[in-house]
Design a binder for this molecule. Structure first.
Ligand code: SAH
Length: 221
């Protein structure tokens, strides 16, 4: 698990962050480790400076290339759903800004994250380096394929929505592992949870959400 090195990164007042955490707790984020982490990751460094003043509102924000950083409530919900039991090796598909990656890094032993848009991947890598998160490995690649070299994972979190769950992600899930993924068309998706047991896969739907689509292939920019 990492702690966040905030040297030179600038701080928004702790009061502003505490207010966000209180609000998330009221809305149903119960896991106290997840709440504490959401209160300590500097979300303002993951968006453009022009949007930094909105970073501790509970809203989704644009991160460039037509992609968005989810609202903190959704990040909290996904994270607590993923980590309902302790899990140590986590794959994230869709690094985006790197914010969700940083949240996971504070809660688990090692985070692997894949992003298909090169410019976003590079910017996320810079931010995560600035926070000195040494338990994060990033990969510029197509997350449809997961990250076979690093598999199996105790947990897989997909932060963009495929129409159907990619088979590779199910294949790379360890027994006892959990995959959290929004599945569906562009306007609304079901947040699905797959648990791999010794007998096979169990699936449930926990919520309705709205994510950008999971696309195939790489984009260089
Ligand atoms: N977790 C991110 C959310 C970013 S939005 C954050 O905290 O900022 C979803 C991201 O998924 C986008 O950056 C998008 O480019 C990426 N994405 C979409 N399809 C992908 C794929 N096949 N492989 C890897 N990343 C993908």
């Amino acid at each position: 698990m990492s702690t966040y090195d905030l040297n030179g990164i600038g701080m928004t007042s702790q009061r502003t962050r505490d207010r966000l955490v209180q609000r998330l707790a009221k809305q149903g984020i119960e896991n106290t480790d997840v709440l504490a982490t959401l209160g300590s990751v500097p979300r303002h460094i993951f968006v453009d400076e022009a949007l930094a003043h909105r970073a501790y509102e509970d809203s989704a924000l644009p991160i460039g290339e037509g992609q968005t950083l989810s609202q903190p409530f959704v990040v909290g919900l996904m994270t607590q759903t993923l980590l309902n039991v302790p899990r140590q090796r986590v794959l994230e598909v869709g690094t985006g800004s790197g914010y969700q990656t940083a949240v996971l890094a504070g809660l688990v032993e090692r985070v692997y994250s894949v992003e298909r848009i090169e410019s976003l991947q590079q910017r996320a890598a810079e931010r995560l380096r600035a926070l000195r998160l040494n338990n994060v490995r990033l990969h510029y690649g197509d997350g449809y394929l997961g990250w076979a070299e690093q598999a199996p994972f105790d947990a897989v979190l997909v932060t963009a929505a495929p129409r159907e769950v990619p088979q590779a992600l199910l294949d790379q899930l360890a027994v006892g592992g959990r995959l959290v993924v929004p599945v569906g068309e562009s306007n609304v998706q079901e947040l699905k949870v797959f648990d791999r047991t010794a007998e096979g896969l169990e699936v449930q739907t926990v919520e309705y959400v709205r994510f950008v689509p999971l696309l195939k292939g790489l984009r260089r920019s």
